[in-house]
Ligand binder design. Sequence first.
Ligand SMILES: [Zn+2]
Length: 129
Amino acid sequence: MNKKKCSKCGKKKELSAFYSRTGCSSKLHAQCKKCISDKGKIYRLNNDDKIRKYRNKDIENQKIRQFNYYRENKQSRKEYQKIRHKQLIDNLDDSYICNRLGININDCHPMLIEAKRAQLQLWRVVNEN
Ligand SMILES: [Zn+2]
């Protein structure tokens, strides 16, 4: 027997019509996917304001968390950016080269980047000795 009766609509359905669930004997939800989906739709229709308010509060909280995170990690972020910037320069990263050329990375031809990279590498070799 690979069918299960939904506790909501009472229809016998294939096991694939049920979401899996850990921590219960059958490993499946009591209600079928369609009933769970319908329940969600009805809830959303009836609680539009509540959901919007909750979502706005969530966005607000996220902004506060983000702000606090930036403030609390100001120093480490600065250090990280310094290290990252040095890495970009040391590796002659595309973004660094385009910056040197004064061209937006999206408008910069790959061959131009290569040429500038070669020039900078040569310049570094010359100035090392
Ligand atoms: Zn059902």
